[in-house]
Write a protein of this length. Sequence first.
Length: 318
Amino acid sequence: MDLRAIAGLGLVPLEYLRDSMRMFKWSKASPSCPKYQQLHYDIMLLAHTVEKGLSVSSPRPGFGKEKIDRLLFLLENYNDGWSDFCVKKSFGCLSEYVNWHDSIGFDLGARRAPIEMFFQVCEKKGIEKNGGTKIISSRSECYGFEEALLTRHSTRQYTQDVVSSEVLYKVGSIATHTPSQCNRQSGRLHYYSDYNVIQTLLKLQGGAEGFRENVYNLFVVSSELSAWSGFKARSQSYVDASLLAMQTMNALQSQGLAYCPLNLAVSNSREMDICRVGGISTGERLIMMISFGYPVVGEFKVAKSARLSPEELIVVHK
């Protein structure tokens, strides 16, 4: 019995308390969080819901009214002196939203005027569009490594085919090469192909509406808590399993499969429900789900999901 490790457990509540205090000060919901950061991330999230709604196989005409109203309200309060990245993304997303409804002859009614006013403001300020969706084609040829990384997309349109065991374990073989702390390899990929189980799991996840019915293959990524001990490693399960998730997505792409990561930002009780339905030990921390499958043949839409420039991403310290 490691007495030092047991003693270290006593510090876990204190460290989580300090985590909570830091989260209270800096999280997006905190009164002390800088306003520009709150608005920036709220706008990014809402604009992406428009992208996602447009990228499913059969968008619902008129979707997203409340979220678009909220998006426009936040954009009105966004300062010109702040980064215009989220404004460009919103401009592109809402432009495609309007154009798509025009193409199917759906009248947006009174909702169109405030969107058009936002367009006018953007055009007056010389803001460019940088959001929406784009058309890609299913491909079977091999990618070069850099090309594979640069052409990665979250895809929400799959065929009904269940992935073969051969392909599944090829993906697993690649995923086993994921780096982990001290080579613990605590991450696990729980695979599901039973359609009814998948639908129940995705309902519990709550973020796959609009394409959930098209999912026939699903991973739940987890990390075994028994790999960690003490207050210093309280978040390490998320790090190791997130690396596993990214390696798995790269492996899926290398095998010509399409995929979409799905967050598991859920309560403990919801996480326990997912464990119960999925037959997963409650001694594993659930990190995310990954829907995947063979992409539909031909051309299909994906969210453009505009990216930061390298200069915005990299903070250079001299």
